[in-house]
Design a protein around this ligand. Structure first.
Ligand code: PLP
Length: 372
């Protein structure tokens, strides 16, 4: 087996070297609890303050609007549990991540009203459908910025406008988008936004929730008075610092990363097209750079994944199989894909660390499987 080719960056990304180096002192030397009053806590406290300001700056927010959480899932759960506590109705979509769908299901069994918007064959929500669906002012709309399986980017600012015109709040799960596409919370107008560091070359186990100033959102994690009393738990200082460094690094190089990823995508797709292989590329034209969801009629995505794995190439499937049956992806079902094609779907997600040579190799390896 040759060199490893990691092409599952929508699942997680490699930690940035700069982020790693910045984290180390807060694990070993400056390990104090930032909430303590003695001078040894000053270093971690200052690091958290600076990281919060950096992150806020990266998304056009105020530092006091950033609340650190343990991951994107926690941020999403916080939003839906808050809606339940505040007696709001929820309008969301059928293609959200399970971090939104599962709490919606959990709380709807306990009385929360949840409506699910359909998507078209590209995975996009129709703005007028949202307008027709919002019935009451006390509604929270939660629509993901970019889909993790097919990469489609929603028309967020239009969805926000409609939501606000009805006097309602808008949350976006931007876990797949932050650090990969420019996001300014004020330009978009979103009221809340979820993020996760490991999707933008930060460490795992850290994320944040942006909450616009003036919005009172009930806590999910209760205990100590960290995060101004809104999210308890001793701060993971090293991870917070690493997240800020990784985000700033990605934002600084966002245009070159975008250009690079488009070159990689084209290179890989050219290999497939030149071979005459038949495939469908899923998702909308405006999508997260590097996200390539491909469907192959008559093939099983999981077996393609395993065959690439044997060659040291790591990608993802569209639908997960177990020994009994294939669990079809809810996203592929929602875009109207038939069962057979959904089973033959894979997701390649290229990242900034991938090279042209790797893209070409993935393309060639795929061609060998599809057109032996
Ligand atoms: N939301 C989306 C769109 C995701 O893609 C993911 C992870 O894949 C999550 C939420 C959950 O994030 P985390 O892994 O940080 O809990």
């Amino acid at each position: 087996m040759g060199k490893r080719i990691y092409a599952d960056n929508a699942a997680t990304t490699m930690l940035s070297n700069k982020a790693y180096k910045t984290m180390l002192p807060y694990l070993m030397e400056d390990f104090g609890n930032a909430s303590q009053l003695y001078s040894f806590a000053r270093g971690p406290k200052k690091a958290i303050k600076e990281a919060r300001a950096t992150i806020a700056d990266c998304i056009g927010a105020q530092p006091e609007e950033i609340f650190f959480t343990s991951c994107g899932t926690e941020s999403d759960n916080w939003v839906i549990s808050g809606a339940m506590s505040k007696n709001l109705n929820v309008v969301t979509s059928t293609i959200e991540h399970h971090a939104i769908l599962r709490p919606c299901k959990h709380f709807s069994d306990r009385g929360l009203s949840v409506k699910f918007l359909p998507v078209d064959d590209k995975g996009l929500i129709n703005v007028s459908t949202l307008e027709e669906t919002i019935e009451a002012e006390n509604t929270l709309v939660s629509i993901m910025f970019a889909n993790n399986e097919i990469g489609s980017i929603q028309p967020i600012s239009e969805l926000v406008k409609v939501t606000h015109s009805k006097g309602c709040l808008f949350h976006t799960d931007a876990v797949q988008a932050i650090g990969h596409t420019m996001i300014n919370v004020n330009d978009l107008g979103v009221d809340m936004m979820s993020a996760s560091a490991h999707k933008f070359n930060g460490p795992k186990g850290i994320g944040f929730l942006y909450i616009r100033k003036g919005i009172e959102w009930p806590s999910l994690i209760m205990g100590g008075s960290q995060e101004c009393g809104h999210r308890a738990g001793t701060e993971n200082v090293a991870a917070i610092v690493g997240m800020a460094v990784a985000l700033q690094e990605n934002i600084t190089t966002i245009h070159e990363n975008d250009k690079h990823l488009h070159e990689l995508e084209n290179c890989l797709l050219e290999e497939l097209i030149d071979s005459g292989a038949k495939f469908i590329r899923n998702g909308s034209d405006i999508r997260i750079p590097g996200n390539i969801s491909l469907s192959f009629q008559g093939f099983i995505g999981e077996s393609i994944m395993h065959r690439l794995d044997l060659q040291g190439i790591y990608i993802s499937t569209g639908s997960a199989c177990n020994s009994e049956e294939t669990e079809l992806s809810h996203v592929l079902c929602a875009i109207g894909m038939d069962e057979e094609l959904a089973k033959g779907t894979i997701r390649i997600s290229l990242g900034k660390n991938n090279t042209l040579e790797e893209s070409k190799l993935i393309g060639k390896a795929l061609v060998k499987i599809i057109k032996p």
